[in-house]
Design a protein around this ligand. Structure first.
Ligand SMILES: *Cc1c(COP(=O)(O)O)cnc(C)c1O
Length: 425
């Protein structure tokens, strides 16, 4: 028997040509649950978390899973049980985290547009920190907390103005971005925050972007944040924690992201060099905890060879896998059974009526109608971004643990999609 792991996804491997997630053949899951189907490896998620935990061994640190990467309840439950907190960006995510058993004191609330109702609910739940993104938000949060007779724990998101060298739509720490307060305004905004009666300043945070595959933007951002911590504390506002955000990339194709433990070794050396090792360190990883843990299994519906392009039409689409359409992102595509025949070059596309509905371009595949393919590294920003465009019900999800597979989300029905709609009288 030959066992071959897939690059970047060690918990997906081939046994005698058949693609497996841990101990379970993906073909068996496709037969049982239909396609498109998301399949996740539990061990892969826990291994990714363990890399951060090793990086922070012996430190006063908190890992908050940025749940917008994958907010399925069972996955949140897995991370909550493993001791993670959560980085949320909406009231909806707060309810999901609480429903999954999250410790409210380990929840931090990011995002540029929190509503008063979301603030009140988060204050009632007793979340650990609000990551505030503007002075206007500081005022509203202070007033909301005061009206409720409490003080809101706050950190201010500072924009370190470093280039994360990633896709512009997922770059967040540059001057032209909507996120955070400008580096040069930070000390003044911190003084303002400290003067507001409904707030308790507890930390500082930043988040420079996503799918970052180089070390240097992180190292530069850390220098700039530590400079600010010194300046803010010198201005009389003590900070108990430094939250360095998320953004670490994963291997989709050719990328070579740094390992979480090695990166943090270098970042922590900078923190220690400033004598700030005693502060609580927080991070908000999303993609790097779940991205390589998932695959989306799809069925080939039709082959449509053409003069300029050959199209391989599959039953998953941009509503299931939005990243190629949104960011021209790359996902590896693997046949479930390694094929013997000669490969041809195909554009793998979905059935949605948009030319942007493609999943992979110019892929060498030996395929026939009825075959199953796996779209790899689909654990992050796929299901959580899925839509019902073209009235397509969202896919089912399965979590694999060793040789056991558990259905964690049923396939949506068309009836589900029409539930809240009303015909005219
Ligand atoms: C999206 C987001 C993250 C997580 O980013 P990843 O690239 O998935 O690690 C962390 N913090 C904030 C504020 C975010 O918006």
């Amino acid at each position: 028997m030959s066992v071959r792991p897939l690059p970047g996804q060690p918990h997906f491997h081939r046994e005698d040509g058949a693609l497996h997630c841990e101990g379970v053949p993906l073909a068996a899951l496709a037969r049982e649950h239909g396609t498109p189907l998301f399949v996740y490896s539990k061990a892969s998620m826990l291994d990714a978390l363990a890399a951060y935990q090793r990086g922070f061994a012996g430190r006063n640190a908190r890992i908050c899973f940025a749940m917008k990467a994958n907010s399925s309840l069972a996955i949140l439950q897995l991370f909550a049980r493993a001791g993670c907190g959560f980085d949320i960006v909406s009231g909806g995510e707060l309810e999901r985290a609480l429903a999954a058993g999250a410790d409210p004191s380990r929840i931090i609330f990011s995002g540029v547009g929190k509503t008063r109702a979301e603030m009140r609910r988060a204050l009632d739940a007793g979340i650990g920190c609000f990551n505030v993104e503007s002075e206007a938000e500081l005022e509203v949060l202070s007033a909301t907390a005061e009206a409720g007779g409490v003080r809101a724990p706050v950190s201010i998101r500072v924009n370190p103005d470093v280039d994360p060298k990633t896709h512009p739509y997922i770059s967040t720490g540059l001057k032209g971005n909507k996120f955070g307060v400008a580096h040069e305004d930070a000390v003044r905004v911190y003084r303002h925050a400290a003067s507001l009666p409904g707030l308790r300043v507890v930390g500082i945070d930043c988040h420079i972007g996503s799918q970052i595959t180089e070390e240097s933007p992180y190292l530069d951002a850390m220098d700039r944040i530590l400079d600010l911590v010194q300046a803010i504390e010198a201005a009389g506002v003590p900070l108990a924690h430094i939250d360095f955000g998320g953004g670490l990339g994963i291997l989709y194709g050719e990328d070579t992201p740094p390992a979480a433990d090695e990166l943090w070794h270098k970042l922590l050396a900078k923190v220690d060099a400033r004598g700030m090792g005693g502060k609580t360190l927080m991070i908000e990883p999303g993609r790097s905890l779940v991205g390589n843990a998932g695959a989306c299994v799809t069925e080939v519906l039709y082959l449509k060879p053409g003069e300029k392009k050959n199209f391989c039409i599959v039953d998953a689409a941009m509503n299931d896998l939005p990243r190629p359409a949104m960011y021209q992102a790359f996902h590896a595509i693997e046949p479930l059974q390694a094929a013997e025949g000669p490969a041809q070059t195909w554009d793998v596309v979905g059935p949605v009526c948009e030319s942007g509905d493609w999943i992979g371009r110019d892929r060498a595949l030996a395929v026939a109608a009825g075959d199953n393919l796996a779209v790899m590294s689909a654990g992050a920003y796929c299901m959580s971004m899925a839509s019902n465009y073209n009235t397509r019900p969202r896919a089912a999800e399965v979590l694999v643990d060793g040789d056991r597979a558990t259905l964690i989300r049923e396939r949506e029905s068309v009836q589900d999609l029409m539930l809240r709609e009303r015909l005219l009288p």
